[in-house]
Design a protein around this ligand. Structure first.
Ligand SMILES: NC(=O)c1ccc[n+]([C@@H]2O[C@H](COP(=O)([O-])OP(=O)(O)OC[C@H]3O[C@@H](n4cnc5c(N)ncnc54)[C@H](O)[C@@H]3O)[C@@H](O)[C@H]2O)c1
Length: 262
């Protein structure tokens, strides 16, 4: 498949989960990838991409550090001759503390990565995109940014902020040829959600995970990567300013009780 043939794309949170799956899929679809993560395991993603015949470099950096963000975006230009898209995906769970226990420091940490980190990727990619009159920005928000019960208050607010960035920046980029969209994943099995899966497996309740959505299962990182690569591609040329749930249908419903079968 060549949906991203010739595209030069930066992907953050690339050492694990959704970001790693997106690097692998984007490279399979023909993109040259700058894989960015604060974890040194990002080199494994690069090695996997190259091992599969793709093109990638790895950069260890934090999206919460503005100089580092500017620098890894410039690395895409230096290494691959330009930048066509960025997937601002890196995020942290925030720890899920009860809201009365949250401190300003907790808030600053969660917002610093999940919301300001996304903003910094947008801020430093956009001048390249507006100069060339094209570019696609994709951000990872969450169903937690749409409604309650998918994370702590700080995490949910940080993701609502990402949705707002996609909506407001789309209009600030009016007529420039640059698009921005957010993906709202449901429950996906990744490093971030590993404790949920580990607990359920220990209790023998794994079969109940994901049963509250009509697809009746949890999701895989590849299923989010598919949406990210579509939004990064020219096939999504008329999709702009949207927050798109990829959640098995979870966010389509009013509250309901899972019926017991049998
Ligand atoms: N897994 C889910 O169910 C789910 C649901 C909704 C949204 N999300 C979002 O998906 C995105 C990807 O998470 P995932 O589920 O793949 O989890 P993950 O923990 O497997 O991957 C997240 C990656 O982001 C990296 N990261 C964290 N802080 C960083 C920073 N400051 N700079 C650079 N890299 C940093 C981590 O090192 C890690 O490799 C996150 O934004 C998360 O909030 C996940």
């Amino acid at each position: 498949m060549t949906q991203l043939q010739g595209k030069r794309i930066v992907i953050t949170g690339a050492a694990s989960g959704i970001g790693r799956a997106s690097c692998l899929l984007a490279a399979t679809q023909g993109a040259s990838v700058v894989a960015v993560d604060q974890s040194e395991a990002v080199t494994q993603t690069r090695d996997e991409v190259i091992g599969a015949g793709g093109n990638a470099i790895a950069i260890q950096a934090s999206v919460a550090d503005e100089n580092a963000v500017n620098s890894f975006i410039q690395s895409c230009v230096d290494e691959f001759g330009g930048i066509d898209g960025i997937y601002a995906n890196a995020g942290i769970g925030g720890g899920g503390k009860p809201f009365l226990e949250l401190t300003p420091e907790d808030w600053q940490r969660t917002l610093g990565v999940n919301t300001i980190g996304v903003f910094l990727c947008v801020k430093h990619a956009v001048p390249h995109f507006t100069a060339q009159g094209s570019g696609s920005i994709v951000c990872t928000a969450s169903v937690a940014g749409l409604r309650a019960n998918a994370g702590g208050v700080d995490y949910s607010a940080s993701k609502a902020g990402v949705i707002s960035i996609a909506q407001t920046v789309a209009y600030q980029l009016y007529g420039t040829g640059v698009r921005i969209n957010a993906i709202c994943p449901g429950l996906i099995e990744t490093g971030m959600t590993a404790p949920i899966f580990d607990r359920a497996r220990t209790r023998g309740t794994e079969g109940r995970i994901g049963q509250v959505n009509p697809t009746a299962r949890f999701g895989q990182p590849r299923e989010i990567a598919e949406m990210a690569c579509f939004l990064l591609s020219d096939a999504a040329s008329y999709v702009n300013g949207q927050a798109i749930p990829v959640d098995g249908g979870l966010s389509a419903s009013h509250p309901w009780v899972y019926p017991q079968h049998g």
